[in-house]
Design a protein around this ligand. Structure first.
Ligand code: EPU
Length: 445
């Protein structure tokens, strides 16, 4: 298991480039299932979740090819241009196997597309997750309303529908992948589908952009009401994935927390509103340098500012852990309220081990700062928690060891190279300890 060795104290200075959005790329790759023709996606981030989805599509019979750039990136200049082609001409085996999807929650994203394209699907139920139970009842309810018959057995959802029909669906609660799943189902359904109380995240808009390029008829993506006129077939398309707003936000915090002077390039500043507003409130100096580039400068002393996670355009839950690292360095008391997931404070104990003063009560963490963070060996528990620990280690005094960075590799592309390129002292190390031998099967735990 890889770890990062990070020596804190360096202000980050220079330009860092943002990769394509993982959470756009995942549904867009699933959308390729909807056509027999080739779909080409540009700017897909090379992260572990994407590799898992590539394997998943390939296991169903799709041909997935990653075309690497001729000149590899150096980690801190512009991201290398890659593109991925996906051809789902034949989907010989429309099954999302547990062995492949168990590490990636987004497996439910292939459910709607598989039913729409093949009339049947067998998808392993995603298990629990470090950040919460994460049910998919809204996906199932919506697909059933469109005429799918779905049964759950042996850990799989078995679904069938000769042809989905348009329906009027009101989500009981806002769900990002739920909106995306039903959108993919609706584009090939017979007649009109009206989706209400939809997620308005830029990733939904990205998916709708690709689907429209494939010939789908969609109105209202990015608002809470989406109207879809089903079509008989979709064709191939070429589409460029938007920059990752969460990676961009993580770099903004990296610049602010280290008292640096960082240009975050290749981003979409339109998607960063809530994060920029909050960092400015906390005293960081932020200047938009155009539509795709932001400069962040640290403050002599950051100030406390409360956050409350909300659906887009509110402050993203995917930035809560990173913001908490920043709050440990801000003068005063910051309240961090998590409203989307029930268990997304796993980073708190690790930050406390580094010297942060944080108390959790229900869904609210009270952070008192500024705390002098000291280096420690800490453990990543999920993707964004790992980013939080890396940020804390960048300002801790001494050398921290951040373990289980495979969580970080799920969603951040070449993160240590990018951070090193702007002055961070960070190294990746393979596990220096010998792995524990496997326990004999019958031995009691
Ligand atoms: N929910 C339900 N029923 C459902 C679906 C969701 O109760 O059928 C609940 C969830 O349990 C949660 C809330 O609704 O409490 C919102 O969940 P949502 O469905 O919006 O989350 P998701 O679609 O599973 C995506 C991102 C997450 C991000 C959330 C919220 C992808 C692949 N994942 O998850 O990203 O946190 O939206 O914005 O798009 C990450 O990148 O680190 C990450 C976890």
């Amino acid at each position: 298991m890889d770890k990062f060795i990070i020596r804190g104290g360096n202000p980050l200075v220079g330009t860092v480039h943002v990769s394509g959005a993982k959470n756009s790329a995942l549904p867009c790759m699933a959308a390729a299932i909807l056509t027999e023709e080739e779909v080409t996606l540009e700017n897909i981030p090379q992260v572990r979740d994407i590799a898992t989805e590539r394997r998943l599509l390939a296991s169903m019979g799709a041909a997935v090819e990653l075309h690497e750039p001729v000149t590899p990136g150096d980690g801190f200049s512009a991201a290398p241009q890659n593109h991925t082609t996906i051809s789902c001409r034949s989907l010989s085996d429309p099954v999302a196997r547990y062995e492949i999807v168990k590490t990636m929650r987004a497996s439910s994203l292939v459910l709607g597309a598989l039913i729409a394209r093949t009339g049947a699907a067998r998808v392993a139920m995603p298990g629990g997750c470090a950040i919460g139970g994460r049910p998919i009842d809204q996906h199932i309810k919506g697909l059933e309303k469109m005429g799918a018959v779905i049964v759950q057995q042996h850990g799989y959802l078995e679904a069938s529908a000769p042809r989905l029909r348009g329906a009027h669906i009101v989500f009981d609660r806002i769900t990002v992948t739920g909106t995306e799943d039903l959108l993919m189902a609706a584009v090939l359904a017979e007649g009109e589908t009206l989706l209400e109380n939809c997620a308005r995240e830029p990733e939904v808009v990205d998916l709708a952009g690709l689907l429209a390029a494939m010939g789908a008829k969609i109105q209202g993506a990015g608002t809470s009401m989406i109207r879809v006129q089903g079509v008989a077939r979709l064709h191939g398309a070429r589409y460029r994935i938007n920059p990752d707003r969460i990676e961009a936000g993580t770099f903004l915090i990296a610049g602010a927390i280290t008292g640096g002077d960082l240009i975050v390039a290749n981003c979409n500043t339109e998607h960063l509103g809530a994060m920029i507003a909050k960092l400015s409130e906390a005293g960081a100096r932020i200047d938009a340098l155009g539509p795709d580039s932001v400069r962040v400068r640290g403050a002599a002393q950051l100030r406390s500012a409360d956050i409350s996670t909300e659906e887009y355009p509110g402050f993203p839950t995917d930035m809560q852990a990173q913001y908490m690292a920043l709050a440990t360095q801000a003068e005063g008391v910051s309240l961090v309220r998590e409203n989307i997931f029930e268990n997304r404070f796993m980073h708190v104990q690790e930050l406390v081990r580094m010297g942060a003063s944080i108390k959790v009560d229900g869904n609210t963490a009270t952070v008192r700062g500024p705390a002098r963070l000291s280096s420690a060996a800490v453990m990543c528990s999920d993707l964004r928690a790992s980013a939080s620990l890396v940020l804390a280690a960048l300002v801790a005094d001494g050398e921290s060891v951040v373990d289980r960075v495979y969580h970080m590799d799920r969603g951040y592309e070449r993160i240590e190279e990018k951070l090193r390129g702007v002055g961070a002292q960070i190294q990746r190390m393979g596990n220096v300890f010998a792995p524990r031998p496997e326990k004999p099967i019958n031995q009691p735990a």
